[in-house]
Design a protein around this ligand. Structure first.
Ligand SMILES: Cc1ncc(COP(=O)(O)O)c(C=O)c1O
Length: 421
């Protein structure tokens, strides 16, 4: 392990919370939302004290507000390696941003145009596209292999044509953890069509570095509350496409990106908190990266963020191996998704399992009573759970590791599941 977990955990007030017996809670619910470091709380508090105003005014609080929004746009551009901060659009959450943009894009699409979605995706990257069927858009579905939960790329290649206008694909599955080969998918799309590629990076964002230029996609969406920030959504889109797409907006709002897609007044304190979440990650990268000793290289926030996410990825992989080995040793348990360590680069540390004798809800409730937080059910990944044949039996238990989780917490989970068997 590279990360100093006690130092990291000290920064997260929620991780100090205990039950009535003084036993700390175990947060394996990160895929539903991660905990936040103190500096995020401080930034939101400060925003509300010193900068709480609407944008565009001459007075000091409005000017501070605008500065914070600009700073966060640049921070998010660094996090995603976007070429320009003007390509960053803030919104309520990923789902709302996707509905907003899908509706706007549809003004450019014709009946008979095609959109490709996948069965491996969260419904937030499916339903907004399915809604366009009502105007004659044809939806094509890409399946995944049940045995290892990898997308069927042959089917994708066969489904692409000049009729394809958009391919909506997840970076990582919030149910079974598969990380999709986005750069390869983009290449495939480019060979066969002029379709846009829309990437849902909500689940991937807390687990690895994102580089939209390297991926080559056209749009990418994520949510700050999944990577140690508050509840806001973020969209990156190529500037010329954002310019081209006719926004649903009020007339006095900006005509240019990113403002034209930022419907109404934003969650300014959330934006301030997202800036602090990026600062937390950059600090972490600086502590564990080469720039820790090469202070002349600072400020290289992009480099620090990349370093942070690579360090997180490496440590999470070790922790995931402990989790997987422990659960695999329990004969009553079935695990879904990739389990071969040689293929761990193709998954993130999110594990879905079922038990031969207990329903997912029973397991989640048993764990919850013992202070261990996991999700059960479908977590809105309804077609994944359906395709795995689990829709009628309560879905699966999902254990989601984050970088602040410890080997001792994983052992505690494994022992508790053992007790049930
Ligand atoms: C993979 C994935 N996509 C999309 C979403 C929806 O995100 P939001 O809550 O920001 O709308 C989630 C939320 O759990 C998710 O895990």
């Amino acid at each position: 392990m590279l990360l100093n977990l006690s130092e990291i955990r000290q920064q997260f007030p929620a991780l100090q919370e205990t039950d009535a017996q003084g036993q700390p809670y175990v947060f394996f619910d990160g895929p539903g939302g991660t905990q936040v470091p103190r500096q995020v709380m401080t930034a939101m508090n400060r925003y509300l004290t010193e900068a709480n105003a609407n944008h565009g005014g001459y007075f000091i609080t409005s000017q501070r507000n605008d500065q914070i929004i600009d700073m966060t746009r640049q921070a998010m551009a660094d996090f995603l390696n976007a070429p320009s901060a003007n390509e960053i659009v803030f919104g309520q959450n990923m789902t709302s941003l996707t509905f907003n943009l899908s509706r706007a894009m549809a003004r450019l699409f014709q009946a008979g145009d095609e959109i490709i979605v996948t069965r491996l995706d969260h419904d937030a990257n499916v339903a907004p596209w399915l809604a366009l069927e009502e105007q004659g858009i044809v939806i094509r579905w890409i399946d995944f292999e049940v045995s290892d939960c990898r997308l069927n790329l042959t089917q994708l290649a066969d489904s692409l044509s000049e009729k394809t206008k958009l391919v909506a694909v997840g970076y990582a599955s919030n149910a079974v953890g598969t990380v999709n080969p986005i750069a390869q998918i983009v290449e495939l799309v480019r060979q066969k069509s002029s379709a846009w590629v829309w990437v849902d990076a909500v689940h991937y964002a807390p687990h690895g570095p994102i580089d939209v230029q390297e991926l080559g996609c056209d749009f990418l969406v994520c949510s700050a509350y999944k990577f140690f920030g508050p509840h806001i959504g973020i969209l990156w889109g190529r500037y010329e496409l954002l310019e081209q797409i006719p926004a649903y907006k009020v007339r006095p709002a900006d005509d240019d990106p990113p403002g034209k897609f930022e419907t109404g007044t934003q969650n300014h304190e959330g934006i301030a908190g997202a800036n602090a979440a990026i600062a937390y990650l950059a600090d972490l990268g600086r502590s564990y990266g080469q720039s820790a000793t090469a202070s002349s290289r600072y400020p290289d926030r992009r480099g620090d963020l990349k370093q942070a996410m690579q360090t997180i990825m490496s440590d999470e992989r070790d922790l995931f191996t402990t989790l997987l080995n422990g659960l695999q040793a329990i004969p009553e348990i079935t695990i879904y998704g990739l389990t071969n360590p040689a293929e761990f680069a193709e998954r993130c540390p999110t594990l879905a399992f079922t038990h031969a004798h207990h329903s997912p809800a029973e397991i989640a409730a048993y764990l919850a009573e013992r202070g261990i937080f996991v999700w059960d059910g479908h977590y809105y990944a309804i077609s994944v759970i359906d395709r795995l044949g689990l829709a009628e039996t309560g879905g699966a238990v999902r254990v989601g590791l984050a970088h602040y989780n410890t080997p001792a917490e994983v052992e505690r989970l494994i022992e508790t599941v053992h007790e049930m068997s």
